[in-house]
Write a protein that binds this ligand. Structure first.
Ligand code: T5A
Length: 229
């Protein structure tokens, strides 16, 4: 039994909720699918909290504004990584961990893997530095399951641009940067197959939702358990 499975057994016994994260490049459909997954879990009688990063708590939302406005960009990717980590610490302590303790299931739109890939892989921040930040901010409170929505960077950027909101700090980066993100997320899925699942997000919204539902139900043995209850 690996550490993730050990923790799952402990969580089960404690009546603790489950922590699911959605990751991927720009415009991959994470927010859309977070809401759809929440409806699916609620239809199975579970209480669900949907949240996002950067942000998800009053303090972290302030840091979100600082980062996405581009105000922290002149300080470099190391400083941005530290800001994401500070926001994450507050978000975990004030939103995620209390929800899991209540028995709620938490769906989070981006989490620590975004720092690994955006600041680490694409931003070239030293890997040891990123992992040290993660140890301090996340520790053992890693997600139970991470769904990585995968699609060509160009397609995701076109979807994001289609919302007509203007490009933020990271959307405005060159295509080569976004291609690196895609490769980074794919490598992550390969390196942690027990926690991470790669989902084809280039197909229509309904097909992505079905793949996610099947993956979540299978991972947590949800269909069988709730039908039986
Ligand atoms: N970041 C974040 C870091 O660099 N490090 C970190 O540690 C963290 C946490 C956050 C930015 O911060 C960076 C990453 C990001 O650049 P954000 O505003 O929160 O920025 O936005 P993102 O998380 O990047 O999310 P996006 O706004 O890019 O998009 P989503 O949530 O992936 O996609 P969604 O659901 O909004 O869909 C985009 C559009 O596509 C349509 C939707 O209707 C919508 O119009 N769509 C589809 N169209 C066709 N087919 C489908 N299957 C579709 N699914 C959705």
């Amino acid at each position: 039994m690996g550490p993730l499975r050990d923790r799952a057994a402990v969580n089960e016994a404690a009546g603790r909720g489950r922590f699911i994260t959605l990751e991927g490049g720009e415009g991959a459909g994470k927010s859309t699918q977070a809401k759809r997954l929440a409806r699916h879990l609620e239809s199975r009688g579970l209480s669900v909290v949907v949240t996002r990063e950067p942000g998800g708590s009053p303090g972290a939302e302030i840091i979100r504004h600082v980062i996405l406005s581009g105000a922290a960009e002149p300080f470099g990717p190391d400083a941005e990584a530290m800001l994401f980590a500070a926001a994450r610490r507050d978000h975990l302590r004030t939103t995620i961990l209390p929800a899991l303790s209540r028995g709620d299931w938490v769906i989070c739109d981006r989490f620590a893997d975004s720092t690994r890939v955006y600041q680490g892989v694409a931003g070239k921040v030293d890997q040891a530095f990123i992992l040290a930040l993660e140890r301090i901010t996340v520790g053992e409170d890693r997600p139970d399951l991470t769904l990585i929505l995968d699609l060509p960077a160009k397609v995701g950027l076109a979807r994001a641009a289609g919302r007509g909101e203007g490009a933020d700090r990271f959307e405005k980066e060159a295509l080569a940067y976004h291609n690196k993100l895609r490769q980074g997320f794919k490598a992550l899925a390969k390196s942690e197959p027990e926690r991470c699942r790669l989902i084809d997000a280039a197909v229509d919204e309904e097909a992505v939702a079905t793949a996610i539902r099947d993956t979540v139900d299978t991972h947590f043995g949800l269909g069988a358990r709730l039908v039986a209850s």
